[in-house]
Ligand binder design. Structure first.
Ligand SMILES: Nc1ncnc2c1ncn2[C@@H]1O[C@H](COP(=O)(O)OP(=O)(O)OP(=O)(O)O)[C@@H](O)[C@H]1O
Ligand SMILES: [Mg+2]
Length: 307
């Protein structure tokens, strides 16, 4: 019996626990973008987080759990095509999609989806520091599973009580939170699943999106009610992205404002771009990430021209 086999053969429960904890530490940090409310900005935020982290020198993996709509996958395909057709270097994540399985038996479909999802996580964990998962704007088995793997959950919400309804039921007169609603309940279940699987906890950030598109009073009321709910069900709030054309106008090219300083794009930075960049940076710094792994190639951020 060789030394390693002897070690495993004679390991106490405590040692096994230590070894399994160590192997968990090697799993990539998982960032999930989720909200059952459609159109709240999950894919937009996912793309900006991915490109921001790539430019900070992280090895990033991306999983699109909304393979039917495929906003994130298409965005990334366009990015690769743009880089190729313009003969330029654009940092790219490793991308995998996990598809919904159609089967008469729900348990057969869910087992197949779980197997594909876990294979994607372990495949990307091999060489990625961070995995960004974009969820659909609906309640699906894959979305629940994705949430239960989060280290950081980011929930963008548009600044309105229509979006707020997915998080909590609110008293229309006093604007008090009456009780948490469907999406908050789902996150609670995902937290329990995560804890029972590996004793892990996740950090939940609710990010307000498209600020500026609503009137000031509504914005203030949503903000106050959100802070009250944050304390009650355990999330942090972030003043997220403003309503800005730059967050959507580069979609067809597969680019983001984090690519703008790349000289070959020929787009000059406006004040709005600078403000948008600060919003993305605030989101990135709110995510409690480990330092990027050492890479032999210099991160693009070090080249100088890039954001
Ligand atoms: N901060 C912003 N400023 C301007 N437009 C935005 C902003 N955030 C998102 N959008 C736009 O809002 C729309 C919905 O955004 P996105 O596709 O990211 O939402 P989603 O939550 O992923 O939607 P779904 O639930 O359908 O997957 C898109 O047209 C997007 O370009
Ligand atoms: Mg989406």
């Amino acid at each position: 019996m060789d030394a390693t086999a002897w070690h495993w053969h004679n390991a106490t429960d405590q040692e096994f626990h230590r070894v399994s904890t160590i192997s968990l530490e090697h799993r990539a940090h998982v960032i999930v973008l989720g909200n059952e409310k459609g159109g709240s900005g999950k894919s937009t935020a996912a793309m900006h987080v991915i490109v921001g982290l790539l430019r900070d020198g992280y090895q990033v993996g991306a999983i699109d759990l909304d393979a039917r709509q495929a906003t994130l996958s298409n965005y990334l395909v366009s990015r690769a095509k743009y880089a190729e057709s313009h003969h330029m270097h654009l940092p790219q994540p490793r991308t995998l999609s996990v598809h919904r399985v159609d089967n008469d038996s729900r348990s057969v479909a869910e087992t197949a989806e779980r197997t594909a999802f876990e294979a994607a996580i372990s495949e990307l964990s091999r060489d990625c520091d961070v995995i960004v998962i974009d969820c659909p704007g609906s309640d699906t088995f894959l979305s629940r599973l994705g949430h239960s793997y989060a280290d950081t959950l980011i929930t963008p919400i548009n600044d309105s009580f229509v979006d707020f309804a997915m998080l909590a039921k609110v008293d229309p007169d006093k604007l008090d939170v009456i009780h948490p609603s469907v999406y908050s309940e789902m996150v609670w279940q995902a937290r329990k699943q995560r804890f029972s699987r590996d004793r892990g906890k996740f950090d939940w950030i609710v990010m307000r999106n498209r600020l500026g598109a609503t009137i000031a009073r509504n914005r203030r009321d949503v903000g106050t009610t959100l802070e009250a709910l944050a304390k009650r069900i355990g999330f942090r709030t972030l003043t997220g992205f403003g309503e800005r054309v730059i967050f959507r106008e580069l979609y067809l090219q597969g680019l983001t404002l984090m690519d703008l300083r790349d000289a070959s794009l020929g787009i000059s930075l406006s004040m709005s771009h600078v403000a948008a960049r600060a919003e993305v940076r605030a989101l990135l710094s709110a995510i409690r990430l480990p330092a990027p792994r050492f890479t032999l190639t210099s991160p693009p951020a070090a080249i100088g021209k890039l954001l």
